[in-house]
Design a protein around this ligand. Structure first.
Ligand code: E4P
Length: 217
């Protein structure tokens, strides 16, 4: 499973990239707002830090506007992935951008049929939003499961990018189902390493080691 980080915070991205944990980054208009930075400037900086795909989202609602914005975003760097909304115009833009050789991420997916359409439009990634479904009492993992089955039935190459992840269990369940990628907030990504028995075991080992009076090297 590939790990993307879901943020436009350059400090967090650098830290996770230095740890060797990052395969890519996803941003969205809300995350750009949170960063307080200019979209072109911050996205360029992120593209210089991470080798993998960096999703930058168009904000136009019509096909022509999306294509115009996509052209601007695509110029930022070679690893830009154009993020498009799951609308008819977004799918049309996806089809054409993919045909032109761009990476595409179709976002705000809440149903298996929407994911089927995105795959038919040649999307590089489909982003089903797990947490936002859970918020309205629909199991987001069921959607990941359905999309996995449909994509496998037909051999679609679109990668399932599990998004709107809120907990470490979301990551585990998406991995068990076979999502190709999880885009995870920085704090949740770092929390994957935590286990109380690891902390307890380490404390004991260090205490015993101190008693030996030894040093390595
Ligand atoms: C995905 O690409 C989105 O940026 C993100 O996962 C949305 O998550 P949220 O529902 O926590 O805002």
């Amino acid at each position: 499973m590939k790990f993307f980080v879901d943020t436009a915070d350059v400090k967090d991205i650098k830290e996770l990239n230095d740890l060797g944990l990052l395969d890519g980054v996803t941003t969205n208009p809300s995350l750009i707002l949170k960063s307080g930075r200019d979209i072109l400037e911050v996205t360029k900086e992120i593209c210089g830090i991470v080798e993998g795909p960096v999703s930058a989202e168009v904000t136009a609602m019509d096909y022509d506007g999306m294509m115009r914005e996509a052209a601007v975003l695509a110029k930022i760097a070679d690893n830009i992935c154009i993020k498009l909304p799951l609308t008819l115009d977004g799918l049309k833009a996806c089809k054409n951008l993919t045909s032109d050789g761009h990476k595409t991420n179709v976002t705000l997916c809440f149903s298996a049929n929407q994911a089927l359409l995105a795959a038919k439009a040649g999307a590089t990634f489909i982003s089903p939003f797990i947490g936002r479904l859970d918020d309205i009492a629909i199991d987001g993992m069921d959607l990941i499961r359905e999309i996995r089955q449909i994509y496998d039935n037909y051999g679609f190459e679109t990668e399932i990018l599990a998004a709107s992840i809120r907990t470490v269990n979301h990551v585990k369940e998406a991995a068990l189902i076979g999502a190709d990628v999880a885009t995870v907030p920085p704090a949740t990504l770092k929390a994957l390493v935590k286990h109380p028995l690891t902390d307890k075991g380490l404390e004991q080992f260090l205490a015993d080691w101190a008693k030996t009076g030894q040093k390595i090297g």
